[in-house]
Design a protein around this ligand. Structure first.
Ligand code: PEP
Ligand code: MG
Length: 881
């Protein structure tokens, strides 16, 4: 049986042969075939690598013969020969897996040099110093990368030689001195390996190929694959390419360039190069490279050719390219090209520009920008023109920036936040017990913990800035201060944090609001043309509603009315309502809340005029509006000890009794949501009345408003039927009182499995459904988010028990199945049923795709994620039709 074909010339390969030839090899083949000036080369396939392992680390049969045969092809093409002292062929050897994989074998350059061929190179370059320099580099790389001799051992020899020569820099050594280094390197290799350095180029080559195959299974490569979920059986290809020299003189050079600016996206060549240098000199940073624009003056012909090559490459790959090039004696060679990495801002600009240039379609443009990457373009940022007093630096754990007073305790953060102060909560680490403080803080700073610590995860979920693991700060909770580099920051002092860079800054700094660039808006408009899924926002205030609208929200999918109850001027009244002993007392208090709620709804409905607004009636358990029991006990003890006001003491004792009576073992599963509505219908009636009074006023003022009244946490159609009547009665009353006719709908959230399973029954009483996937995830998985994220979820994800945090990425398999069921059952009763999602998943790209797939009408997310959702919805459509 004939041996398998293990080796290909660049001409024999194609871009779509990545699996066989590796990413780098397939690309080199493609470039060769579109006529780019690529130095000739051959590729050993990934299959050969896999076979090598199957044979117990032996070259597969036929491989060596094929390599010899293909090297002959290179010799014919170049007119040079392997090992020919007069005109030696020199090659580079590189690894190249199907997926780009740092951690694999480094490049070996100048393979083929030996004691004879180095003279040939000296003659060809007419520069013995240069040839010796190449030889010593090769010995070092080969010794280090292929033979596994520590790099420092080579360094030491070089340092000694420089000392002896009395010079400081490598380039001050003469040919003779380099030759001494070469001799010493050869001795080192013989000492370390027990064999002389292999002079035969073929032997060098096979050793290098062996080393590349071997590097597929080094520890660092294995770890990298594990972290990035790359299969272990892909194998790596080996690229063997004729050397192009960038260091034969001042008409030579080497560089790296992007076809467009990778940070702004501007359509200009961006990159740098070094005259008379080899690839590693650019990366090593020993000499400062020059900007690519200077090439225009230094070598106009080459520059022109380079510009044309870039154009050709962009046209061919239809994407921005990151190119490595070498100039040998005034001739341009392209060594590598790949799609260039870019910032979110650049990704947007390049995508839009390429549509305008006719290079790609709008659909392709929409797919070119990673939706999750948009995040940091949509947060408040520190004004870049301001000089900052940076006092420390931690991990950039959650983007955005904030200024505020330093506080150390969650309770304090909550209290001050509620009083309208801006605070930054500073802790060594946070735990689920700190949630109430995080909610009220502008940002979080911790001295310990990484990018997946509790603080980081929770802050990202809430879209709040967070700097984590800022080890330079030392917190002293007793003294209520932290120190950093000799500076003492006390409670109440103002600091700023930038969760995008990890900077901690002294004092308040000016911020700029996120703005959508012209290109960003253009891309989102195209996304809107493509997508079929609607995008709404979750907003509780007219300001948030206006922001959401500006970002392109097509309505409000959730207004959480409890946030309105928490405001400072409301809380005492809400507490009175809860503490009311009789219905009359309660109704009297509700009368006070009514006009306040009416103003809330008036503001939001007006801001969203012409668009639907879902207003959810009260959801959380009542004790959330009362002070906590420990604090009350402290206060009562104080009053007793100081024999304070007896009336006040009695009031506090009453309050404590009520707090105790309302306390629950598991509030998440307790007396909340529509259960409050069933037991205190007057509260829901007041809210409904406030909504309809606002609606009637707006209608009379000539506004079009589309109110959707929503009942939370329903498990049973009877709950909805009962509460629907409460709402309808209020609507009828308001219409009668005002003489204004208006439209409204009543619907429910689906956030408990029972509701999803009985969605057909519930649909009989609901005009719309909205999936509350925060609660639906908790109730389906049976654990609370705060406990899970703080205690075990991270480990679940690490150990791959769950693929992702189900509170961030929708659990399609479980929660998703319930959603699918509810959609099917709901629409079996009402085929046109409006169905949306308003849990946090509504702003997460993969969850949005799922919502598209199961046929929801819209997703709803926080205002700053609306652009992300618009793009992700369009991507879901392009991908799935
Ligand atoms: C939900 O449960 O998904 C929801 C939106 O409601 P909340 O987060 O207010 O409980
Ligand atoms: Mg909920």
């Amino acid at each position: 049986m004939a041996d398998k074909k293990w080796v290909y010339t660049f001409e024999e390969g194609r871009a779509d042969m990545k699996d066989q030839l590796g990413g780098k090899g397939a690309n080199l083949a493609e470039m060769t075939n579109i006529g780019l000036p690529v130095p000739p080369g051959i590729i050993i396939t990934t299959e050969a690598c896999n076979q090598f392992y199957l044979e117990g680390k032996q070259f597969p049969p036929g491989l060596e013969d094929q390599v010899r045969e293909y090297i002959k092809i290179l010799e014919e093409k170049t007119g040079k020969r392997f090992g020919d002292p007069a005109n030696p062929l020199l090659v580079s050897v590189r690894s190249g897996a199907p997926i780009s994989m740092p951690g694999m074998m480094d490049t070996v350059l100048n393979l083929g040099l030996n004691d004879d061929t180095v003279e040939g190179l000296a003659a060809a370059a007419n520069d013995r110093r240069f040839a010796m320099d190449c030889y010593r580099r090769f010995l070092n790389m080969f010794g280090d990368v292929v033979l596994g001799i520590e790099h420092v051992k080579f360094e030491r020899i070089l340092e000694t030689q420089k000392d002896q020569a009395g010079v400081k820099f490598d380039n001050q050594l003469t040919a003779g001195q380099w030759q001494v280094v070469v001799e010493e390197y050869k001795k080192l290799i013989e000492r370390e390996t027990g064999r002389p350095f292999p002079q035969d180029p073929m032997e060098q080559l096979f050793k290098a190929i062996y080393a590349v195959f071997n590097s597929w299974n080094t520890d660092r490569a294995i770890v990298y694959r594990k972290v990035n979920k790359i299969p272990d059986d892909l194998g790596t290809a080996v690229n063997i390419q004729v050397m192009a020299f960038g260091n034969l003189g001042n008409d030579c050079g080497t560089g790296v360039a992007f076809t467009r600016n990778p940070s702004t996206g501007a359509n200009e060549l961006y990159g740098e190069y070094l005259i008379n240098a080899q690839g590693e000199d650019v990366v090593a940073g020993i000499r400062t490279p020059q900007p690519i624009a200077t090439l225009k003056e230094e070598m106009p012909g080459v520059y022109q050719q380079f510009v044309e090559t870039c154009r050709l490459l962009e046209k061919h790959y239809r994407n921005m390219q990151d190119i490595e090039f070498t100039i040998e004696r005034g001739k341009l060679f392209i060594l590598q090209t790949r799609n260039g990495k870019r910032t979110a801002q650049a990704a947007i600009k390049i995508a839009v520009d390429m549509v305008n240039e006719g290079l790609i379609t709008r659909e392709e443009a929409v797919m070119r920008v990673e939706a999750a990457q948009l995040d940091h373009l949509l947060h408040r940022r520190i004004d870049p023109n301001v000089k900052l007093e940076v006092i420390a630096r931690g991990l950039p754990a959650s983007p955005g920036a904030a200024s505020g007073k330093v506080v150390f305790e969650a309770d304090e953060a909550e209290k001050m936040g509620q009083e309208g102060h801006k605070v930054i909560m500073v802790r060594t680490e946070t735990t689920p017990d700190d949630i109430h403080g995080i909610v009220q803080a502008q940002g979080i700073l911790t001295s310990r913990g990484g990018m997946t610590s509790h603080a980081a995860v929770v802050a990202r979920g809430m879209g709040k800035p967070c700097v984590c693991g800022c080890e330079a700060i030392r917190i002293d909770y007793d003294k209520e201060e932290f120190s950093v580099n000799g500076l003492i920051i006390k409670k109440g002092d103002i600091i700023s944090i930038d969760g995008g860079t990890g900077q901690v800054i002294l004092g308040e700094v000016p911020m700029i609001d996120p703005e959508l660039s012209v290109e960003f808006q253009q891309l989102l408009e195209w996304a809107d043309e493509i997508r079929t899924l609607g995008v709404r926002a979750n907003a509780d205030t007219p300001a948030d509603a206006a922001k959401a609208r500006e970002f392109g929200a097509e309505g409000i999918g959730l207004t959480r009315t409890e946030h309105m109850f928490m405001a400072q001027d409301r809380l005492p009244i809400v507490q009175q309502m809860i503490l009311a002993g009789t219905d009359e007392e309660r109704n009297a208090v509700l009368e006070k809340l009514l006009p306040m709620q009416e103003e809330d709804f008036y503001g939001i409905l007006k801001a969203m005029e012409g668009l639907p607004v879902t207003i959810r009636l009260l959801d959380p358990p009542l004790h959330e509006f009362l002070p906590n029991a420990e604090e009350l006990m402290v206060e009562i003890t104080r009053l007793r000890l100081t024999s304070g006001d007896p009336g006040e003491l009695q009031r506090q004792e009453e309050l404590l009794k009520k707090v105790r009576a309302l306390s629950e073992f598991n509030p998440m599963l307790g007396h909340r949501g529509c259960r409050l509505g069933i037991t205190f219908p007057a509260v829901y009636a007041m809210q409904a009345r406030a909504i309809f009074r606002a609606v009637a006023r707006l209608v009379r003022e000539g506004y079009t408003v589309i109110p959707e009244v929503e009942i939370p946490l329903v498990i049973e159609v009877n709950e909805l039927a009962f509460l629907r009547r409460v709402v309808e009665q209020e609507a009828d009353k308001v219409m009668q009182e005002t003489g204004v006719e208006f439209e409204y709908t009543v619907g429910t959230m689906i956030e408990v499995p029972r509701a999803a399973l009985l969605a057909d029954e519930i649909a009989g009483e609901a005009d719309f459904f909205s999936f509350g996937t925060n609660d639906l995830t908790q109730t389906t998985l049976g654990f609370s988010r705060d406990d899970a994220e703080g205690k075990f979820l991270q480990e679940y994800v690490q150990k791959k028990i769950l693929p992702d945090n189900p509170f961030m990425v929708l659990d399609r398999k479980g929660v998703g199945k319930l959603m699918e069921t509810a959609v099917r059952l709901g629409r079996s009763v009402n085929p046109d049923m409006l169905i949306g999602i308003c849990g946090e998943h509504g702003g997460e790209p993969s969850s949005i795709e799922f919502c598209h797939l199961v046929g929801l009408n819209y997703v709803s997310c926080s205002p700053f994620r609306v652009p992300v959702a618009r793009l992700a919805a369009a991507q879901a459509k392009v991908k799935n039709g």
